[in-house]
Design a binder for this molecule. Structure first.
Ligand SMILES: Nc1ncnc2c1ncn2[C@@H]1O[C@H](COP(=O)(O)OP(=O)(O)O)[C@@H](O)[C@H]1O
Ligand SMILES: [Mg+2]
Length: 238
């Protein structure tokens, strides 16, 4: 068990965004986290990554309680995340965006001479090799999403939390992104993915959890969980 969440709660005022949520993520799997808008998916990521503090409950990484660890320490322990609204450093080149991320990751120390080569390899991996010297602000949405993934990978994560990585991409870009995510998993990075593209989720995920109002309403293999009446009613039937 790589990641474990137990009884996690987060309220905003009177709104229970995440309501007594428990889940586990196994090493090497691709877990999909689905649910309607406002069901708490991004909040779950914020609680796991440490951007928000839980009101109650535990987050464990390889059995270690990290619930009260700041985000920076969680990054060093191997949790990386990408954002629904991508935000590379706009004035830095694609290469420097990745280079900077290396400073914060697992086993990070001062940048070594080979760090630049490592960043180039990551840009190649995500298909941005030719854009290394382009400023973040001048990349297309699809390119910024791939840069975001390269930045996350630069921290040498054990688990990556991907928040709507396919949102806004065209059909060709989606296929490219799916191939990239499969490559990343093959490199022993566990993936948790929030995504509304249901066909993509079916083909990519080993297992999904569907949330509604901060609670799981279905869990299992994508085809099984998506066929559940509760899921059709609150999510697919919209
Ligand atoms: N920082 C915040 N302050 C107040 N309410 C928030 C905040 N973040 C999220 N919420 C609310 O919590 C609920 C869950 O939001 P979110 O986790 O972003 O859902 P999802 O990612 O599934 O669309 C929503 O009702 C949202 O409006
Ligand atoms: Mg969200």
């Amino acid at each position: 068990m790589l990641l474990q969440v137990e009884g996690l709660c987060k309220a905003f005022g009177g709104l229970r965004a995440v309501d007594d949520l428990s889940l586990v993520v196994s090493e090497g799997e691709i877990l999909g986290l689905l649910g309607p808008n406002g069901s708490g998916k991004t909040t779950v990521f914020n609680l796991i990554a440490g951007a928000l503090r839980a009101d109650a409950g535990l987050v464990r990484l390889s059995g270690r309680d990290i619930t009260r660890h700041p985000a920076s320490i969680r990054t060093r322990l191997g949790i990386a995340r990408t954002f629904q609204l991508v935000r590379p450093l706009p004035h830095l080149t694609a290469l420097d965006n990745v280079l900077v991320a290396q400073l914060f990751g697992r086993g990070a120390g001062p940048l070594r001479p080979e760090a630049r080569d490592a960043s180039r390899r990551l840009l190649d991996l995500v298909g941005l090799g030719a854009k290394a010297s382009v400023p973040g602000a001048n990349l297309t949405l699809a390119e910024r999403k791939r840069l975001e993934i390269a930045r996350a990978l630069a921290t040498h994560p054990r688990v990556m939390l991907l928040d709507e990585p396919l949102g806004g991409l065209n059909a060709t870009e989606v296929q490219t992104a799916l191939a990239l995510l499969r490559t990343i998993r093959a490199d022993d990075v566990t993936l948790v993915i929030v995504e509304h593209n249901v066909p993509a989720v079916r083909s990519l995920c080993d297992r999904i959890i569907v949330l509604n109002s901060g609670r799981p309403i279905a869990e299992g293999k994508p085809d099984e969980a998506l066929a559940r009446p509760e899921v059709i009613e609150v999510y697919l039937g919209r």
